[in-house]
Design a protein around this ligand. Structure first.
Ligand SMILES: [Zn+2]
Length: 674
């Protein structure tokens, strides 16, 4: 678009004010746009690009060494943009990108982020012997040095500063610095992770100091697949710099290998709430996940923060094809994310290259970012669904960040059940249910007498008073019922008159009682009131199921046992089947997986248990589950699968009630006949 405007020459471009006058039929000299008018100059302003081939001088001592932070990275990125026709080797007025000059960062600039000792440490390498450099490399955290490293690091950092300044001063509308070595792992006092000086951090600090009137607040968005520990540290207590990072975390196992990038780390002091970590729990995160995080967390918070400048720490190691990042982000997703960020800060966006180790992947990804910067509409995305991991991570981040951002409400509930006047609704409901079930059907508490279990599950296991003598025994295992209500967004308050308890389990209880079956009803709480020790819902459910089997079910008279389980509780039943001899008396296992992903029996393949499970089960799985896309191997260990249009345990219980109860009746009739 800009390229065309430039080709035509500025004289042919009609000012917006003239166009507006024509459209409105106004011919007079009145002012239609009094302030902030877009001038012709603004309309044709270019994007900026900085690239200096000398940044390739920083290399491993032994040039045949294969290192992922390969000097060719910057060349390949520049070449991709050049071959697309947006920039030339020598400045060309028809290019979409204006080439911006490179320069070394000064000592004064570097000391805005780094300590003098760290500056010394890196500068010293210019005069070190080969042997000393090799030794230094050995004791450093993922770094290599030659005598050009310090120069390249200063050049990368200075170029980032100058390119960023060109955006702030309006010389260009936005810009991309194709620089190396990268910077976001470099902490104020130490380099690391292929990074020497923290280019983006020094640029951000420099803008705040050089242009205090223009730049009061900066958003640094870091989509490199690694956590930018250096950048987070540089601004951890700074209220004027919002650092948002999307990165593989995996409980701190992924590089940089600490828990510094966890979601709970939100800044400190005046900077509390100015760090937003979106920590992915695994590899394989893709377009749907990143776009989801952008739409749910990044952009709402960014709009609320309302920055004067956006800096992208633009690593491309989350790109599809990067063997270190092992994620699946495609070029169109990078283009969409760039375009979303361009809606902020009057479009003042500056992207600085960080990691990214597949030469092909960084080329196509960087080209996509460059295209968005010059105004090419992003290509359509193919994957638009977020994975379960992304939804869970984003939910967690939303809840944590809701303490600091209005747009993240209403997730954080400022109520403490340890206060005498505050009760968890879950406990009130379970007490009410226990009372009502006793009144209606004489259903009573099932004593759980093992120490750790008894505390956790008091009031959660109920039974019909005569279940011991019944021939048919129904065992319901489920999570707490749903409470539906339209909460007030500003206060989280639910109106009791407009809130409803949705408990399809009561349908099954009524049915079992009317049929004169024995019944055990187990509610699995998600949290336990008054418990201070960690509570693992799935593990406790497994223990509870085996406890009830050993102490009650196996000793009861029932020869026709049916399990009906939903949500996370299905894990308890599956574990029970694998660990106890259930084949004799259990007629059928009905599992509603709800929002959980399908899991199967873990048994030796020669076992006949998978075959039994397949013949004696109805396993309802949501239609969006991965299992419907690719057929599972050893299918029988997953049971007899039935596709459900519903995606929560509660709605599956409700909507498949008739099918399940009819199937149980059918099995019992068949049993009678034989
Ligand atoms: Zn990285």
């Amino acid at each position: 678009m800009d390229k065309k405007l430039a080709d035509d020459g500025p004289t042919t471009v009609t000012p917006w004010s003239v166009l507006l006058k024509k459209e409105n039929g106004v011919t007079g000299r009145e002012t239609l746009i009094s302030s902030g008018e877009i001038t012709t100059l603004e309309a044709i302003k270019k994007s900026g690009l900085c690239y200096d081939p000398r940044m390739r001088f920083h290399a491993t001592l032994n040039e045949v060494d294969d290192h992922p932070e390969d000097p060719r990275r910057v060349l390949r990125v520049f070449d991709a943009i050049r071959k697309a026709g947006y920039v030339s080797n020598t400045p060309n007025p028809t290019d979409a990108f204006l080439r911006l000059p490179s320069r070394e960062a000064t000592l004064e600039e570097l000391l805005r982020v780094h300590t003098p000792e760290m500056y010394e440490k890196i500068t010293k390498t210019e005069l070190m012997s080969r042997e000393d450099l090799t030794n230094l490399e050995k004791i450093s955290d993922s770094l290599y040095f030659n005598n050009e490293s310090a120069f390249c690091a200063r050049l990368a950092c200075g170029s980032a500063i100058e390119t960023c300044a060109a955006v702030v001063t309006g010389k260009v509308k936005n810009a991309f610095a194709v620089v190396r070595p990268p910077g976001h792992h470099a902490e104020p006092h130490k380099p690391g992770g292929f990074c020497l000086f923290n280019n983006v951090s020094v640029a951000a600090r420099s803008m705040l100091q050089r242009f205090p009137e223009k730049v009061k607040r900066i958003l640094i968005l870091d989509w490199d697949v690694h956590h930018g520990n250096g950048t987070q540290m540089a601004f951890y207590d700074d209220p004027n710099v919002l650092y948002i990072s999307l990165h593989r975390y995996e409980q701190g196992r992924f590089y940089p290998g600490t828990v510094y990038g966890r979601a709970e780390n939100c800044g400190e002091g005046a900077g509390l709430g100015r760090t937003v970590n979106i920590p992915w729990p695994c590899s394989g995160m893709g377009d749907g996940d990143y776009i989801y995080a952008f739409q749910r967390v990044v952009m709402p918070i960014a709009y609320e923060f309302n920055p004067d400048l956006v800096i992208i720490s633009s690593g491309f190691d989350a790109a599809a094809g990067d063997h270190i990042g092992q994620c699946l982000v495609t070029p169109p997703a990078y283009a969409h994310m760039t375009q979303m960020l361009m809606g902020l800060a009057d479009g003042k966006v500056f992207a600085s290259l960080e990691g990214g180790y597949s030469l092909d992947a960084i080329s196509v990804s960087a080209l996509a970012v460059a295209q968005s910067l010059i105004g090419v509409p992003p290509s359509r995305l193919h994957t638009v669904y977020a994975s379960k991991h992304a939804v869970e991570t984003v939910d967690m981040v939303t809840e944590i960040q809701s303490k600091f951002w209005r747009c993240m409400r209403p997730k954080f509930i400022p109520a403490n059940p340890e206060n005498a006047h505050v009760s968890r609704l879950h406990d009130i409901i379970r007490s009410y249910q226990a009372k009502k079930l006793f009144e209606d059907w004489k259903i009573t508490n099932l004593p759980i007498l093992r120490d750790s279990l008894s505390e956790t599950f008091a009031n959660q296991a109920l039974c019909s008073h005569d279940f011991f003598q019944k021939d048919v025994l129904i065992i319901l295992i489920h999570e707490a019922p749903l409470i539906l209500g339209d909460g007030r967004k500003d206060s989280n308050a639910l109106k009791p008159s407009d809130s409803y308890l949705v408990d399809p389990v009561s349908l099954y209880i009524e049915w079992a009682m009317q049929q004169n079956f024995g019944l055990i009803d187990i509610n699995i709480p998600e949290v336990v009131t008054g418990e201070n020790k960690p509570y693992d819902m799935v593990e406790e459910t497994k223990k509870l199921c085996t406890y009830i089997w050993d102490n009650y079910i196996e000793l009861a008279s029932a020869k026709n046992i049916f399990f009906i389980a939903s949500g996370k509780a299905v894990e308890g039943v599956i574990n029970l089947i694998a660990s106890r001899n259930v084949m004799k008396n259990v007629r059928c296992v009905v599992n509603f997986f709800g929002s959980e992903s399908l899991t199967g029996l873990k048994t030796a393949s020669e076992d006949d248990l998978p075959g039994w499970y397949f013949r004696h089960s109805l396993i309802f799985v949501k239609s969006t589950d991965e299992c419907w896309k690719k057929p599972k191997k050893n299918k029988r260990r997953y049971g007899r699968l039935i596709q459900s249009e519903h995606d929560s345990g509660t709605s599956m219980l409700e909507h498949h009630y008739r099918a399940v109860t009819q199937y149980v009746s059918h099995l019992l009739k068949k049993n009678d006949a034989s």
